[in-house]
Structures are given as structure tokens and as C-alpha cells.
Ligand binder design. Structure first.
Ligand SMILES: Cc1ncc(COP(=O)(O)O)c(C=O)c1O
Length: 399
């Protein structure tokens, strides 16, 4: 039981001292990453180069995908995937209100109109029936987000997409290790978009990747990610000698650097060990919080693999005796960093003003977004760190 792990503390002081503030989402960086970055710096090749090419091969091999293009972020991956679909103004793209702004912004930047469909209240993932209800003759694509690392109901979503002729772009920012019915997340749709942001399960600082089974889509995304310059323009300064490149369309500056890939290569080599560590922390939290007045994450569905990216608890004021925001403040006062993933998209003024969405149009996402708190779940956490999180949660709830 959790009590065995709870460390003795003074009657008044915080569970953790201020100089040991537990930073939410701090990554586990090993000597291998440090040495590889230093080697990149010393080599003189800092920008897009052979390490990015190696990271692409290793990532697509890990995921069992045909093509991978490394980019500067998942936001860039989403944007380029939408551009590859050649969306036109007036085209609609359906996604979830329980996501980060980047998912919706990418749709807007591609010139299309975002449409929201509510989530399932238990899985927190897009409800396929709500997606079907949101589809109109103008709908071109659906963007499922595998929230917290739990796979979406891909059989049902793919059936809706196939029946309506929709493209599928999977937002896999939380879903590097996720599997559904034996298949890797990011390989179901036309595109799978990944994030290597500093809090993610594989880290490059900033970084992203697009997976696709289409050689044409991969080639176009590669060109769009580097100014629209013709294929393999990054090699123009290599020992193969200068080669002219030709700009074939107005592209973006979305390429990944070798310095980033240097980190990613070694992070990816440890992806399974890091997953096992997070899975163990997840189980410890479930066990330690079982008797508390909190909503806990649903058990993973059979024949799926959860990526254990976010451990989220729901703080319902009536049940818990304090509001979610008071819980956040109290955890911070205990020197434990916490997060919110996410206030539902319609809570943000830009989206409500631009699209007329109200939070209660999507009641499940609204309810989750107003109660959810993410607790630290990094593989960098020590046993003492996990014990401090448990002790702080119990203290804040008066247990
Ligand atoms: C669900 C989701 N989509 C997209 C993104 C954007 O990722 P990036 O920061 O790599 O652009 C994030 C990042 O936090 C995310 O959580």
C-alpha cells in the first residue's frame, strides 16, 4: 500500500523542499545523448544531416512504417500532413476538443476549417459516433489524438473514415509506444504525427516525425519541410560536392537538426526501458490512490498497448473537497510540478470567438478539462520522487 512509501515529514513543512522542486515532465537524459550531441558539435555538422537520416530509419523501423520524415515539431508534422492532402478553403477536418492547441492550429494553418466532436468520457478519446455525426459533405479528414497514450478506437474510426471517404491523420504526440490490436499507432492513418518535445516519451528538445505508407506523400513532405527545395537538398554541402537544388514550391523551415537527432537516437534506444519504468510508476499511483476521492485513469482496453504518457487524475470539487485549481496550487506548494492536459479547446477565447464553440457544446471534454490534473510520470523519477508525489497528493486531500 502507498503508506509504506510515504516518508515521514514535519507537521507543517512541504513534502519536498523548494530547492528540490519536482519539475513536471523533466526528461531522462543519459551520457549517450550528451556524448552524441558533443560529437555532433565537434564534427561541424550541426544541421540536418546523417544523424537525422539515421533517426528516420530507426524510428520507422521501430514503428514498422514504410516512410518517416523528421521535422522540427509535431505541429510541423501535422501542418505538413494537412498540406500533403491539398485541403482547400471550406474543407472541414474533424478532431477532438481534448487536445493541445497545435492540433487545431495545424488545421487552420492548412487553410481548412476545424470541426470538433466530443470524446468518450471514460477513454477521453474521440467518440467514433460523435465523429460520424460531425461529418458533412465538406469533411475531408479526421484527426484522432491518442490521448495520454491510450489508443483511439481505430476499428470504428477507420470504418467511419472509409464510409465517408475521409483521410486520417493520427496525432501521436502522446503515442510513441501505443498499439491497437497488434498494430502500431501512427500506421493506421494516411499520416502519423509524432512529437519529441521535452516532456514526451522520446525527447529531442523540440522535434517531430511524420510516418506515412505513401512514398509520394513522404517525398512532398520532405520538400515542404525545407523551403520547397528539391529532394535531398540538405546534401548540397556534403562531401558529394555541391549540387544545385531547385525550389518547386514555397515551402517551410521545418527541418530537424542533427543535434536534435543525436539526442533522439539514444532516447529511442531506451524507449522500452523508459516505458517499463513509467508503467511501474503508473501501477504504483493506481495502487496508492485507490482509496482517494479522485477519478483515476481507465484500465487499458484488451489487445492494446498504452504508452503511459500522462497519468491524469480528475478532481471533482464535491467529492474531493477542493477545486481542481486549488489542488494544482496545493501540489505546487508541496513543490511538486503538475500539469493540465487540457482545458477543452472551446475554453480558449480565440476558438470560441472564431468558431462560435461553447464549452458545453462538448460536455464530456468540458467536464474532463475542468477537473483534470497530470501528475509527474517521467522515467527520470526516482523511488523517492514517486513517494513524494504520493505523499503530496494524500496530504493535499487530507489523507
Ligand atoms: C496532442 C498534441 N498534439 C500536438 C502537439 C504538438 O507537439 P510539438 O510541441 O512537438 O509541436 C502536442 C504537444 O504538446 C500534443 O500534446
Amino acid at each position: 500500500m502507498s503508506g509504506e512509501r510515504v516518508r515521514p515529514r514535519g507537521p507543517t513543512g512541504p513534502v519536498r523542499s523548494a530547492d528540490r522542486f519536482l519539475v513536471f515532465g523533466a526528461p531522462a537524459i543519459g551520457d549517450e545523448e550528451v556524448d552524441e550531441v558533443v560529437a555532433s558539435l565537434r564534427s561541424g555538422w550541426l544541421g540536418t544531416g546523417p544523424k537525422v537520416a539515421r533517426f528516420e530509419v530507426e524510428f520507422r523501423t521501430y514503428k514498422g512504417a514504410a516512410h518517416a520524415v523528421a521535422v522540427s515539431s509535431c505541429t510541423a508534422a501535422l501542418h505538413l500532413s494537412m498540406l500533403a492532402l491539398r485541403l482547400q478553403p471550406g474543407d472541414e477536418v474533424v478532431t477532438t476538443p481534448m487536445t493541445f492547441a497545435a492540433t487545431v492550429n495545424a488545421i487552420i494553418h492548412a487553410g481548412a476549417t476545424p470541426v470538433l466532436a466530443d470524446v468518450d468520457p471514460v477513454t477521453m478519446n474521440l467518440d467514433p459516433a460523435a465523429v460520424a455525426a460531425a461529418v458533412t459533405p465538406r469533411t475531408r479528414a479526421v484527426v484522432p489524438v491518442h490521448f495520454a497514450g491510450r489508443p483511439c478506437e481505430m476499428d470504428d474510426l477507420l470504418a467511419v473514415a472509409a464510409a465517408r471517404g475521409l483521410a486520417v491523420i493520427e496525432d501521436c504526440a502522446h503515442a510513441i509506444e501505443t498499439e491497437y490490436h497488434g498494430r502500431a499507432a501512427g500506421t493506421f492513418g494516411d499520416f502519423g504525427c509524432f512529437s519529441f518535445y521535452v516532456t514526451k516519451n522520446v525527447v529531442t528538445g523540440e522535434g517531430g516525425m511524420v510516418l506515412t505508407s505513401s512514398e509520394d506523400h513522404a517525398a512532398r513532405i520532405k520538400v515542404l519541410a525545407l523551403h520547397g527545395m528539391s529532394k535531398d537538398a540538405w546534401k548540397r554541402f556534403s562531401d558529394e560536392g555541391y549540387r544545385h537544388y531547385f525550389v518547386t514550391e514555397a515551402g517551410y523551415k521545418y527541418n530537424m537538426m542533427d543535434i536534435q537527432a543525436a539526442i533522439g537516437i539514444h532516447q529511442l534506444a531506451r524507449v522500452e526501458a523508459a516505458w517499463r519504468r513509467r508503467a511501474a510508476i503508473w501501477d504504483e499511483y493506481l495502487h496508492a490512490f485507490a482509496d482517494l476521492p479522485l477519478g483515476l485513469p481507465a484500465a487499458p482496453a484488451p489487445d492494446t498497448r498504452h504508452a503511459y504518457h500522462l497519468f491524469t487524475v480528475l478532481v471533482d470539487e464535491e467529492r474531493a473537497g477542493l477545486s481542481r485549481d486549488a489542488f494544482l496550487d496545493a501540489m505546487t506548494a508541496e513543490n511538486i510540478g503538475v500539469g493540465v492536459h487540457y482545458l477543452s479547446i472551446p475554453e480558449h477565447p480565440f476558438y470560441s470567438e472564431r468558431f462560435g464553440w461553447r464549452p458545453d457544446d462538448f460536455p464530456h471534454a468540458m467536464r474532463i478539462g475542468r477537473r483534470t490534473v497530470s501528475l509527474p510520470l517521467s522515467p527520470a523519477l526516482s523511488a523517492d520522487d514517486v513517494a513524494d508525489v504520493v505523499a503530496a497528493v494524500r496530504k493535499v486531500l487530507g489523507r
